[in-house]
Ligand binder design. Structure first.
Ligand code: ASP
Ligand code: MG
Length: 403
């Protein structure tokens, strides 16, 4: 078998952890498998590097930032190959340049385009463990790029697809994907499996276990993933294509406090108003979510939406700048202490009453809903931030997701 194993920063945070990972990879190697290892930077090294850059030049060019950040992953792969060698197993570390992992040009948020498998195959054929830098690529100028925070997962899936691997294992510091964040809902349960679509909703809802582009890519190329802990041998969660037989009504509850609510009130009730509003925001790269246009009241209407916290000030400035002139609104309201609680489940597509059950649970807990949004397999509500935990717990209980 050809196995791709990806280990996150906490799994390689120190010497002891590096040897722990080395040994796990060597077990597979000794069973005769071909082993490709993808690593993140050690511990919080990426943050450390970003802080160093900020200290030198807060407006550093993104090209230079990527040049800097790629050293984090390069450090881990070299140390890992050394650790494996000291345990008597031949290993070789490769960076994005040596593999030839081609990406788009966008520094800091590049997308993988093509991976050259030749060098990797050569090393595998020579019975070496191949240890590859996650998160990085090279663009058409032969400059380093990075794939966005958490991007090593995407590197691993892309490699699994390019090498036609038999397994792609994502090792992290938790046991797998849970029905809720165990820090929020203490009796949350580990899922044995989840569909790509559910995982995508959870990843973009900030569940934080997998980079969402890695899940998109896994779905596109049919790469089955296993998410499991590097610190124990528990089974983990399999992420795969929809299994029609046992679609879960609700697989999980996600809580996201990184949201800010905006209400733009008293907008003109005529064509083009929503276009103008969101066009201005898009021009400033503000991503919006949970859009709601109120029922018109006579000549005017209100539009509300949410953005992530880091975008709140830019959104406010943009709205204020255009408020009187192009948007002609009466009032702009911003509320920061809100949270989004969502349920996700592939089974809700064909089962009515799922949303009602969620709303009932919130009602019973005395929690008011500010705004609602849905997709085919998700229902999200916006509530006051102070109720985030009780809301998640109430909804989790209502769908009996506990252990
Ligand atoms: N080291 C990078 C980060 O911290 C990439 C990764 O860990 O996946 O975002
Ligand atoms: Mg990660």
């Amino acid at each position: 078998m050809l196995i791709v194993k990806k280990f996150g920063g906490t799994s390689v945070a120190n010497k002891e952890r590096i040897f722990n990972v080395a040994k796990r990879c060597i077990e597979d190697y000794r069973e005769g498998h071909q082993v490709v290892v993808v690593l993140s930077a050690m511990g919080k090294q990426t943050d450390v590097l970003l802080d160093m850059a900020k200290d030198i030049n807060p407006k550093a060019h993104k090209r230079e930032l990527d040049m800097l950040l790629t050293t984090g992953e390069q450090t881990s792969v070299a140390l890992m190959a050394m650790a494996m060698d000291s345990l008597g197993v031949p290993a070789v570390s490769l960076n994005a340049f040596q593999v030839a992992m081609h990406t788009t040009s966008d520094y800091g948020n590049a997308r993988l385009r093509k991976i050259d498998a030749k060098r990797i195959r050569y090393e595998l054929d020579n019975r070496r463990i191949v240890v590859i830098t996650g998160f990085q690529g090279i663009n058409k100028y032969n400059d380093y790029t990075t794939l966005g925070r958490g991007g090593s997962d995407t590197t691993a899936v892309a490699l699994a697809a390019a090498l036609n691997a038999d397994a792609c294992e994502i090792y992290t510091d938790v046991d797998g994907v849970f029905t809720a964040d165990p820090r929020v809902v203490p009796n949350a349960r580990k899922l044995s499996e989840i569909t790509y679509d559910e995982m995508l909703e959870l990843a973009s809802l900030g569940a934080g276990v997998l980079h969402n582009r890695s899940v998109e890519m896994a779905k596109k190329y049919g790469v089955q993933l296993v998410v499991r802990s590097s610190l124990n041998t528990n089974e983990g969660t399999v992420v795969k294509e929809d299994n029609k037989m046992e679609k879960m009504l609700v697989s999980g509850v996600a809580t996201d406090k990184n949201v800010v609510h905006f209400a733009v009130e008293g907008l003109e009730n005529k064509p083009g108003v929503a276009f103008k509003l969101f066009h201005h925001l898009a021009n400033h790269n503000v991503n919006v979510d949970m859009i709601l246009q109120s029922v018109e009241h006579g000549e005017s209407q209100d539009i509300s939406f949410t953005v992530t916290e880091d975008m709140a000030d830019i959104a406010m400035e943009t709205l204020e700048r255009h408020g009187d002139t192009s948007l002609k609104c009466d009032n702009i309201k911003m509320v920061k202490d809100v949270a989004k609680v969502s349920i996700v489940g592939a089974g809700m597509m064909s089962n009515p009453g799922v949303a009602a059950k969620m709303f009932e649970a919130l009602y019973d807990a005395g929690i008011n809903i500010r705004q609602i949004s849905t997709s085919e397999i998700r229902v999200s509500v916006l509530i006051d931030e102070k109720y985030a935990e009780p809301a998640a717990q109430a909804v989790h209980d209502a769908f009996s997701l506990e252990e």
